[in-house]
Design a protein around this ligand. Structure first.
Ligand code: HEC
Ligand code: HEC
Length: 293
């Protein structure tokens, strides 16, 4: 069951509760002057029992959810669960009083109020939070088997934080900047190490987060910028011929630039390095095929 649907059910529950309260307030408040007391009495009763049934159904859905998804609970989830569970004995007590223990009748409005506060807090804490988070989420469109899929980046962040930390630290993940294709390879490789770690959807959400936050946008790369950096910075220790004479494969160029950076760590920033590698990979590229011959 999707969280959107359970949130919707929770809000329906809240609404039914409010309707029941309004009916009983009208009934008690206007006392005998109410025009059709039976309408409000039965309205309240109907709303009350619908509420009870829907409440039980939501409890059932929640029990499925926690048994199928063994992710550790956040403090918010724990409070939500406890609040939700308190509603049950309160409802039972209320029904018992109405059906059998009429001497406690005068306490009913109090019980009703406590139930409503518990329901309100439970729903707001989970469903309300969910809708708010949904409204504030960032999205990115990715291709999955050539079909564009809209992916929630904020969910992806959470998946990375929970699922990518079992074998190494998050630092290991966050210290890389990569293009979308490279991230695809990485995520697929990580997934291959433990295929049960991520579902297909989670894999895409992870990718969405990584591309959006740790991605290199190929379209922002510019040959001119790369050339300018080389002209400015690469003639200090040797002539520029040393650079422009050669043709190399992409991976060879990356190795050479790494070597130059090791000679002088201040030589290029990370983003300059990407621009330089982009230029070299476009203009001074040796086709992989030529290396065979
Ligand atoms: C089953 C264990 C496991 C899980 C789960 C896992 N990784 Fe890894 N990861 C590794 C190992 C082992 C390496 C080092 C070997 C390699 O690079 O393949 C690594 C290396 C990496 C690297 C390269 C680090 C470097 O310094 O070169 C990145 C980036 C990375 N993982 C990202 C992720 C992401 C993102 C996830 C979550 C989708 C993830 N990993 C989940 C085991 C795992
Ligand atoms: C701090 C000094 C220094 C700077 C700055 C420098 N290089 Fe070099 N470069 C060297 C040295 C030293 C060698 C010779 C290394 C060798 O032959 O093993 C070299 C060699 C090279 C070679 C030839 C490598 C080979 O295997 O034949 C290339 C290509 C090159 N540099 C490119 C660059 C580029 C591109 C830049 C600018 C991003 C740059 N260098 C900036 C010191 C520098």
């Amino acid at each position: 069951m999707k969280p959107t649907i359970t949130s919707l059910l929770a809000f329906i529950l809240l609404t039914i509760g409010i309707v029941a309260v309004i009916f009983i307030i009208i009934l008690l408040g206007k006392n005998k002057k109410t025009r059709c007391p039976n309408f409000f009495r039965w309205g309240h009763r109907l709303a009350g029992y619908t509420f009870f049934v829907l409440y039980l159904y939501i409890c059932y859905l929640m029990s499925l959810k926690i048994t199928s998804d063994p992710v550790t609970w956040s403090a918010k989830d724990v409070i939500h669960a406890y609040l939700g569970l308190t509603i049950f004995p309160l409802l039972v007590a209320k029904i018992c009083i109405v059906r059998g223990f009429k001497i406690y009748y005068h306490r009913l409005p109090l019980y009703g109020m406590v139930v409503m506060i518990a329901v309100y807090l439970t729903v707001i804490l989970s469903g309300g939070y969910f809708l708010l988070a949904l409204a504030r989420s960032q999205y990115i469109v990715l291709l999955q088997q050539d079909k564009p899929v809209k992916v929630n980046v904020s969910v992806g962040r959470k998946v990375v934080q929970t699922k990518c930390t079992s074998c190494h630290s998050l630092e290991r993940v966050y210290s890389h900047l990569k293009t979308e294709d490279e991230w695809r390879d990485y995520v697929a490789r990580m997934q291959a190490k433990d295929p049960s770690n991520l579902t297909d959807l989670e894999e895409l959400q992870v990718l969405g987060f990584l591309v959006k936050n740790l991605g290199i946008d190929e379209s922002k790369m510019d040959i001119q910028i790369g050339m300018k950096i080389i002209l400015n910075k690469c003639h200090r220790c040797h002539t520029l011929e040393r650079v422009f004479q050669q043709k190399r494969t992409k991976s060879d160029w990356i190795k050479v630039i790494e070597m130059m950076r090791s000679f002088d760590p201040q030589l290029l920033t990370d983003s300059e390095t990407r621009q330089v590698n982009f230029y070299l990979g476009r203009i001074l590229l040796k086709q992989e095929k030529e290396t065979d011959s």
